[in-house]
Design a protein around this ligand. Structure first.
Ligand code: A3D
Length: 321
């Protein structure tokens, strides 16, 4: 059986780490595409030259032409500028929409059957634009944000409770921006509610809430925290890991339940927008959306986040995209 093929559109920070992760996990052959001449060729050569040491024999190719992405099973898009300190993700809208427009045309022409995972920011708008330009069925266009935001939230919980992060299950829903919704009530350590553990640790419901509120805030600000420290770009190891997990779920038809930015057709009372919700990822991309019962407070936070996505998409449309 021929090996699967993943094309990475954008060979910058995230694209480079993605290429290495996919090779290390022997997931698929990799094509790294960028408009910068020689750079994707240089990065893939560098990774290949470690293959004897790391023990992988998948093929990696760097290209500057869309021809190279033909017959891709999955396309992962990171093309676009990252944030600089002080910028919000939404500040990237105009520049990255232009880039996404050209990327989507290239993918539509040369990899029309691929499943696309979008990472470029502002995420929810870029996913929407990619689907609009390609006309791909909605199940084949998925944004990466929730896997990373949830992993960040899980890390903070694990540190706070002094437990392995492997036993923490915590999900973040909504748009990939300041309004994202970490689902506190459902967060658990192997089934044990996190809030209950915090209350036991501090012997105070009030203190537990204070500690949780701080973790929720840190989760929402986590991207900005890394940008501030790096000074020259945004997070790249963790988003690459997140998208690799999504690609693995799709190629392996794993039916994993991963919070993803997917098209809602009435679920959660939302129709016609891509929003972060728990999705079943398998061979057909987003195969199903799982609904979670939300209490009034959660529902109102989720609706606020959906409204932020709606207004971001409206801004993009006003700009002519
Ligand atoms: P960076 O290292 O700048 O890489 C972007 C690459 O895109 C560069 O190599 C560019 O040459 C390339 N590029 C520019 N225009 C085009 C084009 N028209 N066609 C193909 N390639 C092009 O950025 P990065 O890898 O750090 O981040 C990439 C994107 O991901 C940015 O928009 C970030 O904001 C976003 N990001 C998203 C998350 C999420 O969790 C959603 C997290 C971190 C970063």
């Amino acid at each position: 059986m021929a090996r699967k093929k993943i094309s990475l559109i954008g060979g910058g920070q995230i694209g480079g780490v993605l290429a290495q992760l996919i090779a290390l996990r022997k997931l698929a052959d990799v094509v790294l595409f960028d408009i910068v001449e020689d750079m994707p060729q240089g990065k893939t050569l560098d990774i290949i030259e470690a293959s004897r040491i790391d023990g992988f024999d998948v093929k990696l190719t760097g290209v500057n032409s869309y021809e190279g992405i033909k017959d891709s099973d999955i396309v992962i898009v990171t093309a676009g500028l990252p944030r600089k300190p002080g910028m919000s993700r939404d500040d990237l809208l105009v520049t990255n929409a232009k880039i996404m427009n050209s990327v989507a045309q290239g993918v539509k022409e040369f990899a029309p059957n691929a499943i696309a995972i979008i990472i470029s920011n502002p995420l929810d708008a870029m996913v929407t634009l990619f689907q609009k330009v390609t006309g791909f069925p909605h199940n084949r266009v998925i944004g990466q944000a929730g896997v990373l935001d949830s992993s960040r939230f899980s890390s903070f919980i694990a540190w706070e409770l002094g437990v392995s992060v492997k036993d923490v299950n915590a999900m973040v829903l909504g748009g990939h921006g300041d309004t994202m919704v970490p689902l506190v009530r459902y967060a658990n350590v192997n089934g044990l509610p996190v809030m209950e553990q915090l209350e036991k640790k501090y012997n105070s419901a009030e203190k537990a809430k204070e500690v949780m509120d701080a973790m929720v805030k840190r989760t929402k600000d986590a991207g900005g925290e890394v940008v501030k420290l790096l000074k020259t770009g945004s997070a790249f190891y963790s988003p690459a890991s997140a998208a690799t997990a999504m690609a693995e779920a799709i190629l392996g038809d794993q039916k994993r339940v991963l919070p993803s930015c997917v098209y809602l057709n009435g679920e959660y009372g939302v129709k016609g927008y891509f929003v972060g919700v728990p999705a079943v990822l398998g061979a057909n991309g987003c195969e199903r959306v799982l609904e979670v019962s939300l209490n009034e407070e959660e529902k109102s936070a989720f609706d606020k986040s959906v409204n932020a996505v709606v207004s971001l998409v409206a801004d993009m449309e006003r700009l002519g995209f």
